[in-house]
Design a protein around this ligand. Structure first.
Ligand SMILES: [Zn+2]
Length: 344
């Protein structure tokens, strides 16, 4: 059993795994185990938690923003072990065991000259350096791009915003508040005639366009639809609007909000529950894309599809994709096999 605090335990474990740990009091910098971290960017902080009445450890990946869960998972620890080391063996023993079994992350040579600097400076953040492959890209006009990454091993996904800024892509939305973001594919909707599908995800929108149905959504999901009422009313005035809510509580609520926003603005509002298409017992979270792929545009909306209008990425988005592919190491450092318990 260990008498260490969670900070001491985690730091000692990372040290034993050769993660280039540098300790300074109750703070340490190390290579992040959850991504290919050549520029040590994991900040580990030991602190007293009033709330929990005990020592806890905080971890933050300043490079690509791995979550605490991902960091712990890569070390075969659970999130609970940010708060307690109860039941864990000595970190050195665990590290040896992990190394011997090939379960532990293997850290690349560290370039400390570009490491995370807790006092400011280069965070080591590089465009496109994400450990997971790009699953989809969704341009919001010419200025913004939403990228979706997927962990091929766990199925987890992450999204990142990029902003086109003087000839290069910068991380984030450049401080643009959600309410100032355009609706997704708004220019294409403006140029189209006929019904417009309004759904809760960019993937559903892209599927609809590929199948010949005009479609749009807004940045950041079901619960924020209220922030976009002005854009929605402007774009959808006089249009025949088709709503296909996601099959979950947020989807229901979002549809009520949309009906409120568009009543008296859209010429007609048609609601098509996913359950009408996929059946009562379709999985929670099933969405318009699932329904479209299952039955097609006409069966879903009663409207004949038009010529497919493939959603082509902008030239800038294509350039970003090329840049990212060049910068991402092809192989991950370890493949999480089945979970095992570190307790003996
Ligand atoms: Zn990381």
């Amino acid at each position: 059993m260990s008498d260490l605090t969670p900070f001491e335990y985690l730091t000692a474990l990372l040290e034993a795994l050769d993660a280039g740990v540098r300790v300074n009091g109750e703070t340490a910098i190390a290579q992040c185990p959850a991504h290919h971290d050549t520029k040590p960017s994991l900040k580990v902080t030991g602190t007293w938690s009033e709330e929990h009445g005990q020592d806890i450890v905080l971890v933050k990946c300043w490079s690509v923003g791995c979550t605490a869960h991902q960091v712990m998972d890569a070390l075969y620890l659970t999130d609970k072990q940010l708060f307690t080391v109860e039941g864990l063996d000595e970190p050195e023993q665990v590290a040896t065991y992990l190394k011997d079994t090939g379960l532990a992350p293997v850290f690349p040579p560290a370039d400390w000259s570009r490491a995370y600097n807790p006092n400011g400076g280069d965070s080591g953040q590089r465009l496109g350096q994400h450990p997971w492959p790009v699953e989809a890209e969704h341009p919001y006009g010419d200025k913004w791009l939403l990228r979706r990454y997927r962990n091929v091993h766990t199925g987890e996904k992450e999204v990142r915003w990029f902003t086109w800024d003087n000839g290069y892509w910068a991380h984030g939305r450049g401080g643009t508040p959600p309410a100032d973001m355009p609706l997704y594919r708004d220019m294409q909707v403006k140029a189209s005639t006929g019904p417009v599908l309004v759904v809760e995800s960019e993937s559903s929108v892209d599927t609809a366009w590929q199948m010949g149905l005009a479609a749009t959504t807004w940045a950041s999901g079901a619960t924020t639809v209220g922030s976009f009422h002005t854009q929605l009313q402007t774009l959808l005035a006089g249009r025949h609007v088709i709503l296909v809510p996601d099959h979950d509580d947020a989807g229901e609520k979002c549809t009520q909000d949309l009906i409120e926003i568009l009543t008296g603005v859209a010429s007609t509002i048609q609601v098509v529950p996913v359950t009408d298409v996929l059946g009562r017992d379709c999985p929670k979270g099933a969405d318009a894309r699932d329904a479209l792929e299952q039955v097609g545009v006409e069966a879903l909306t009663g409207q004949p599809p038009k010529e497919p209008a493939a959603a082509t990425p902008t030239a800038a988005a294509a350039a970003l994709a090329a840049e990212a592919t060049a910068g991402v190491p092809a192989a991950r450092r370890y493949t999480p096999p089945k979970r095992h318990s570190m307790q003996k």
